[in-house]
Ligand binder design. Structure first.
Ligand SMILES: Nc1nc2c(ncn2[C@@H]2O[C@H](COP(=O)(O)OP(=O)(O)OP(=O)(O)O)[C@@H](O)[C@H]2O)c(=O)[nH]1
Ligand SMILES: C[S@@+](CC[C@H](N)C(=O)[O-])C[C@H]1O[C@@H](n2cnc3c(N)ncnc32)[C@H](O)[C@@H]1O
Ligand code: SF4
Ligand code: SF4
Length: 348
């Protein structure tokens, strides 16, 4: 049992036990909602954290009560030998779950090796089931490769497999029913996510943003009885749909008789900041206590000295705001505080 003074507690009493580790800000896609504009700015290779530096940071965090790591990016599968990082993270005392969030383009051939290395949870981003639309939203994505990746994940036997769908008005909001239908036959969790104003222009965001409240009404219109699923409860296939350790931002539902579930992630219309348990590490070695606010602390000078790393983590948590202000300050350029990094440079 960790002593209270050694835990990652912020000034609002929130205990942080989950770290999102961005391992690259490069991406092989350019999703409209994440990397708007064609100009890609990447951290030079030499400024990226090495795997050993990441392991040192996570080790210090694990000593302070972190039990879960989610590897993200950019596109994390662009880092060669990702399975080696997974294996090293798995050796850290206290780390119980290692997840990956990916666009799936490079996953099919890697799924088995990642599972064998100790990866437990896979989340794949998939915003359309129509090949041309998918290519348009992602600027070049190949839907067939994502579907192959999903199949490979089933075959590799991951404990959970979730699909992320960022719902945008006038872009893919007509596909809600098709995604819901997938849950009828497959033991997946399909999560609809509200479009957040992070690293995008406020005007464009306002045109695309839509709250998720209409989804339950759509179920009712189809005559589908969708019941709330509590973590680990009522699953037809718990091994793919979730675990007791599943305290993420989604509220889950299951349509009567369905093999899978759908989830609603509503960070804008119904934020979950009061239950926030997450810290973020950027690929260039900064700790960000909140996805939305600009504040970040450079960890690189302190890697190798756990006491100093712990001080920086505490300092960042002391400064963590209570909540975001996405509706008040949607990424406006004039703000000194709202987010300036694009999502691909934070990791979602
Ligand atoms: N506002 C906000 N959004 C978040 C936070 N964590 C995740 N999200 C968003 O939720 C969506 C899903 O994120 P994933 O990377 O799949 O991870 P997750 O569902 O949070 O993680 P698990 O619970 O580990 O499955 C992404 O669009 C994230 O940007 C958070 O702390 N704050
Ligand atoms: C930044 S991506 C990084 C991992 C990987 N490249 C992928 O796409 O899964 C992580 C998650 O953030 C989500 N995301 C990116 N921009 C977003 C936005 N503006 N609003 C909501 N979610 C967003 C993506 O859909 C994805 O599920
Ligand atoms: S980081 Fe993920 S969400 Fe962002 S552009 Fe790349 S694939 Fe799309
Ligand atoms: S917006 Fe910030 S405080 Fe709110 S849940 Fe996300 S990371 Fe936590």
């Amino acid at each position: 049992m960790k002593s209270l003074s050694n835990l990652l507690v912020d000034s609002f009493g929130r205990v942080h036990n989950y770290v999102r580790l961005s391992i690259t800000d490069r991406c092989n896609l350019g999703c409209q909602y994440c990397r708007p504009g064609n100009k890609a700015e990447y951290t030079p290779q030499m400024d990226l954290l090495t795997f050993d530096e990441m392991v040192a940071i996570v080790n210090a965090l694990a000593e302070m009560g972190v039990t879960k790591v989610r590897i993200t990016g950019g596109e994390p599968l662009l880092r060669p030998r990702l399975e080696e990082l997974v294996a090293k993270l798995g050796l850290i005392t206290g780390i119980k779950r290692i997840g990956l969030t990916t666009n799936g383009m490079l996953l099919a051939s890697k799924a088995r090796a990642l599972r064998q290395a100790g990866l437990t949870d896979v989340n794949i981003s998939l915003d359309s089931l129509l090949p041309e639309r998918y290519a348009r939203i992602t600027r070049g994505g190949d839907l067939g490769r994502v579907l192959d990746a999903i199949e490979a994940c089933f075959e590799a036997g991951f404990e959970t497999l979730k699909l992320n769908v960022v719902l945008m008005q006038g872009v893919n909001d007509d596909e809600v029913e098709s995604f819901l239908r997938l849950t009828l036959n497959y033991p997946l969790r399909i999560r609809f996510i509200e479009y957040m104003p992070i690293g995008v222009q406020a005007e464009g965001w306002k045109a695309g943003y839509m709250p998720l409240e209409g989804i339950m009404a759509q179920c009712a219109e189809k005559g589908w009885n969708a019941r709330r699923v509590e973590p680990s409860g009522g699953l037809s296939n718990p091994s793919y749909c979730g675990t007791a350790d599943d305290s993420g931002p989604a509220r889950y539902y299951r349509i009567s008789g369905a093999a899978g579930q759908f989830g609603l992630i509503s960070p804008v219309s119904d934020h979950f900041c009061m239950a926030c348990n997450r810290l973020r590490i950027t690929a260039d070695g900064y700790v960000k206590p909140c996805l939305y606010w600009n504040d970040e602390w450079d960890l690189k000078p302190f890697i190798g000295n756990d006491e100093l790393l712990r001080q920086v983590f505490r300092q960042s948590l002391e400064a963590k705001p209570q909540r975001h202000e996405m509706l008040v300050q949607p990424s406006c350029k004039s703000s000194q505080h709202a987010m300036h990094r694009q999502m691909s440079r934070i990791g979602g």
